[in-house]
Design a protein around this ligand. Sequence first.
Ligand SMILES: *Cc1c(COP(=O)(O)O)cnc(C)c1O
Length: 398
Amino acid sequence: MSEPIPYGKQNITQDDIEAVMEVLQSDYLTQGPKILEFEQAFATYIGCKYAVAVSNGTAALHLCAMSLGVEKGDKVITTPITFAASANCVRYCGGDVVFADINPETYLLDVNKVKELLESSPKGTYRGLIPVDFAGRAIDLEAYRKLADEFDLWIIEDACHAPGGYFIDSKGKHQNCGNGNYADLAIFSFHPVKHIACGEGGMITTNDENLYHKLLQLRTHGITKNEGLYVNSASFAAGEDSDSYPGWYMEMQNLGYNYRLTDFQAVLGSSQLKRADDGITRRREIAEVYDRAFKNNSFVKGQSGVINGHAYHLYVIEVENRLGLYNYLRANNIFAQIHYIPCHLMPYYKEFGWKVDDMPNAEEYYKHCISLPMYPTLTNEEQKYVINKILNFLNNEN
Ligand SMILES: *Cc1c(COP(=O)(O)O)cnc(C)c1O
């Protein structure tokens, strides 16, 4: 293969380009009509009431933590096997991150470990949970909701890896990742390695009207233009005796940020969203081919078999000689990647006292995991090449 094969890659079509061009030539580059169009299309796709577009997934997490009122000293539980942003949003608000270990079979935050944590401290010790649909595998939020209700916690679902993913609840119903039926808020990222690419971009989804209005305000400096919410009088606003607010008036009511998405990014998102289902279908096909190729190979530990609702942002296997395989693949123009270095062992989090052996499942997983090329435009021929190289290395190694 002459072209390098990365682990993930965006797909920009002529339709995408034309949609962006049109917005570039329109009156609104930002704060225009394409934002609401994208939000509504995304909410429909996910099956939730409200969606708020923001500048990236990290901003989405930050606004979620803010809107839920995270403050200094508040304890929030998340997984160490995630991108650091899932935890960092708690720190932005001065809260404390408490990691709980993963289930080694699913690689997801282990609900039993979370339960143990909650039960080992007085009620009220923890404020919230941030489970992650890691790799695109939908986490069972019904189980988390039960815990959250019992211990009076909120839930932010980090669904960056899982637009189009779902789990099946105890009534046999499909629950789309981010649909807000169990979590208070969910977040997505539109970074190019994710399913839908805006360049940079993010989305928050929810069914909670109050949180929705808070988020809209926080996204744009904490400013509202909703008359019904004004604190100051109409006369103050007008600068003279008046029963009505003048056209220019607005109020900054909270300390918000500029976390807006631009219209040309939003229209790119809308255009990409139209192909989202095709992308998932292709990702599941690719996963099936990998599953079959590695099923009978004792050197590969993976999550084989059909996993209902997996959105396959990543296809992860575990191998004994991970470093060797990684380097061998690179030498063959295949750029596999490692997801993730356990968050609790990042030097920043070690300063809070986290240390080696705190999360044995996550740490063992980290020693062996490798994410293989997984994106809709990966060709059958390229995938065959990747599989042959992997099997070649593993069979000669062992
Ligand atoms: C990508 C990602 C984020 C952050 O999104 P950005 O848009 O890059 O800020 C957060 N959590 C997870 C799990 C991610 O994969």
